[in-house]
Each structure stands twice: as structure tokens, then as C-alpha cells.
Design a protein around this ligand. Structure first.
Ligand code: SF4
Ligand code: SF4
Length: 247
């Protein structure tokens, strides 16, 4: 943690209030350098009624971690707007119901540790006090736990922790830089879900999996089921880990 990060526990008082009357309103949605998770992309593209290839092409940029080869998806930088998020408006966030997990958490940071014995997750939180953010020092009486509940962030954390587990597996099993084709699988199975589905149907991409008819039907309408399948597909293809339906 950096010196601007103050460790807090869920029972601590938050003393923070983000409000449209704050002089900094929307400042945190500018000068962005924000990575998106697979679940962020899923929620945003569905909010906008776009396919994943269209969403990714229109709103995001892709690069690969220099040491890991993992795909990193960020909002497309636009110097003309001061690197503002494409969804910020004078009235605030235009995709508020489906805003990314990191937008929900801010100004909190969350880290997790997973027990190797039980798989149980322990969460750690810290407040990031940045000078531009004027929400600090306002007494709301809310604890960190209550504030988090108001952000509806649990579902995002649950889904994003699956990505963290996958990255941890990659670091254990394939340390170093992924090959191009391996990086492409990560991108396809996790971020480009509509293209992934297309290839399942047209190219029999999951020929090693014995998918039930029910699951095959479900992934055509249920993006969360499709993302979970994408994660399992990457685990199988890159790490050789068989899931219940992988033969
Ligand atoms: S998605 Fe919404 S909350 Fe997040 S940076 Fe963009 S405008 Fe701000
Ligand atoms: S800078 Fe802080 S207080 Fe201001 S709008 Fe963003 S989160 Fe809210």
C-alpha cells in the first residue's frame, strides 16, 4: 500500500460523502487509467445493448502485460476530453447501474488473500485519500461495511475474484509471459464473450467438453453462465484443469 492509503476495517466509520454538490463532482471520472474486468465488460456492453466485439472496439484499448502476456482492457484514452471516461456526463455517470467495480469501490481499495487449505477469502480494505477528492471528512455515520452495501459491489467482487484466482493459477502454473495464442484465449474466453459463443457454435470450440443441452441453450442467453464457461475453458486449455463437464 502507498502512503496515501489508510487501512480500514469494515467496522470503521467511513466519514466520506460523494455528492453532486461537491466541487470535485465528476473529477474522478477524468484523467483515467482504468482497467476493466471481464465482468465489467459484460455489464457495460449489456447496458449499452452492444455486442462484445463492438463494445471492445468502440470503447476500449487492449495491451498485454509486458511480463505476464495477460490482456489488459482499459477505456480508450481520449486526450481531447482530458482522458475522461466515455460515459461521464454533466449529470454524472450515464451507465451508473452497470458502472465498473472499481468505480463502485472508489475511494476504497480492496485486496484479498485466499486460504490454500480451504479456499476461504479474507478481504482487506484501505482508503485512498487523493487531493482532488473532496468527499473526505464528511460525517455520515456510515461504516465501511454499510457504505459498501450501498454501492452494490458484492456481485462485482464475487465475479472479479474468479479472475484473481485465474491469474493466481497462471502465476503458479505458467510463470512468465504467455505465448500469443495463450493470450488470445484469455481475451476470447473472458472479454470477447459474443465472439466466444459464436466460435462455440460455428467452430465446435468446446469439443473436449461434454456440455449438456441445457447448458448449451443457457449460454446463448445468459452471459454470466457464458463467462463462467469461458473461465473454465481457459483453465482447461492453458492449465489442464478439468472441470465437471471437461473430459
Ligand atoms: S463508468 Fe461511470 S463512474 Fe465509472 S469512470 Fe465512467 S462515468 Fe465515472
Ligand atoms: S472526486 Fe470524490 S467526492 Fe468528488 S465526485 Fe469523485 S468520488 Fe465523489
Amino acid at each position: 500500500m502507498t502512503e496515501d492509503m489508510i487501512p480500514v476495517s469494515p467496522q470503521n466509520l467511513m466519514n466520506f460523502n460523494c455528492h453532486y454538490k461537491n466541487e470535485c463532482f465528476n473529477d474522478c471520472c477524468r484523467d483515467l487509467n482504468q482497467a476493466l474486468t471481464p465482468y465489467d465488460v459484460l455489464r457495460l456492453k449489456n447496458n449499452l445493448g452492444m455486442s462484445s466485439p463492438d463494445f471492445l472496439k468502440t470503447y476500449t484499448s487492449l495491451h498485454y502485460g509486458p511480463g505476464s502476456g495477460l490482456p489488459v482492457i482499459e477505456f480508450k484514452p481520449n486526450p481531447a476530453t482530458g482522458y475522461a471516461c466515455p460515459f461521464v456526463t454533466a449529470d454524472g455517470c450515464s451507465v451508473y447501474e452497470d458502472r465498473p467495480g472499481s468505480c463502485r469501490m472508489y475511494p476504497l481499495a480492496r485486496a484479498i488473500a485466499r486460504s490454500r487449505q480451504t479456499g476461504e477469502i479474507t478481504e482487506y480494505f484501505a482508503l485512498i485519500e487523493e487531493p482532488h477528492c473532496k468527499g473526505f471528512g464528511k460525517k455520515t455515520g456510515q461504516t465501511v461495511k454499510e457504505w459498501l452495501k450501498g454501492q452494490n459491489v458484492d456481485k462485482y467482487n464475487e465475479e472479479n475474484d474468479k479472475l484473481m484466482e485465474l491469474i493466481s493459477l497462471k502465476n503458479q502454473i505458467l510463470p512468465g509471459k504467455l505465448e500469443g495464442v495463450q493470450s488470445d484465449m484469455f481475451y476470447l474466453g473472458l472479454y470477447d464473450l459474443d465472439e466466444f459463443l459464436k466460435q462455440i457454435v460455428e467452430k465446435d470450440l468446446l469439443s473436449e467438453f461434454s456440455l449438456s443441452k441445457d447448458l448449451l441453450a443457457r449460454i446463448k442467453t445468459d452471459d454470466e453462465a457464458l463467462l463462467n464457461l469461458g473461465i473454465d475453458w481457459v483453465k482447461f486449455k492453458l492449465f489442464g484443469i478439468k472441470m465437471a463437464y471437461g473430459e
